[in-house]
Unconditional design. Structure first.
Length: 184
């Protein structure tokens, strides 16, 4: 039975983004208990406190309400200069305000980082964890997911190769349990 809504946040805005492809594959593989969907971040104006009035930008309002509705979050992020992308940091900032109304507060989350490079976007993965600790979001510690050489994770039809599918299935099982624990 689907009982937990998960907002997937993809840290890249690129049309052919590998991180978006990962998200699409995970949605296809989603565990029975999770209803996973991508919440877009590309149309969010840069956070500016002056705009955060009683009538903030419509895209911020919609984003905040979509995340308020979710029981957990899954971040799938590239690494930009050893950190997360500006687009993702902006989304975190937009969701964190107005003060006292953060959408991130106490909801369970996990992160997958990926890169065509060798180091699995470790820097982005941990930069995100640092922000989420402050935002009081319980981040799943294990299993960790650093996907290096990401081109080789997909076959010619865009599906995960067997090794990646197996790894991701374990990750999703652990994530579903993490979400359950933090929603009971
Ligand atoms: C501004 C910028 C900075 C980047 N910095 C890193 C980096 O620090 N580490 C890394 O592994 N890849 C880095 N890359 C390469 C990205 O991993 C690569 O472009 C990747 O495909 C982005 O994810 P996407 O396919 O989901 O768009 C960088 C790319 C850009 C555009």
């Amino acid at each position: 039975m689907k009982n937990h809504k998960i907002a997937i946040i993809v840290g890249s805005l690129r049309k052919d983004s590998y991180n978006r492809k990962i998200a699409q594959e995970l949605i296809r593989m989603q565990p029975e208990s999770l209803e996973m969907e991508i919440v877009e971040i590309g149309n969010l104006a840069l956070y500016n406190e002056d705009l955060d009035t009683a009538n903030p930008p419509a895209a911020w309002q919609e984003f905040r309400s979509q995340l308020k509705d979710a029981n957990g979050f899954l971040f799938i992020t590239p690494e930009y200069n050893r950190s997360i992308s500006g687009a993702l940091k902006n989304a975190l900032d937009v969701g964190s305000r107005p003060y006292g109304e953060s959408v991130w507060d106490t909801k369970p989350a996990a992160v997958i980082s990926s890169t065509p490079g060798a180091m699995g976007a470790f820097g982005a993965n941990h930069a995100l964890r640092q922000v989420m600790v402050f935002l009081n979001t319980p981040m799943m510690q294990q299993p960790e997911a650093y996907l290096g050489n990401i081109m080789s994770a997909f076959d010619e039809n865009g599906k995960f190769v067997e090794k990646t599918a197996e790894f991701m299935q374990n990750f999703l099982t652990a994530f579903a349990q993490w979400v359950q624990i933090h929603n009971s």
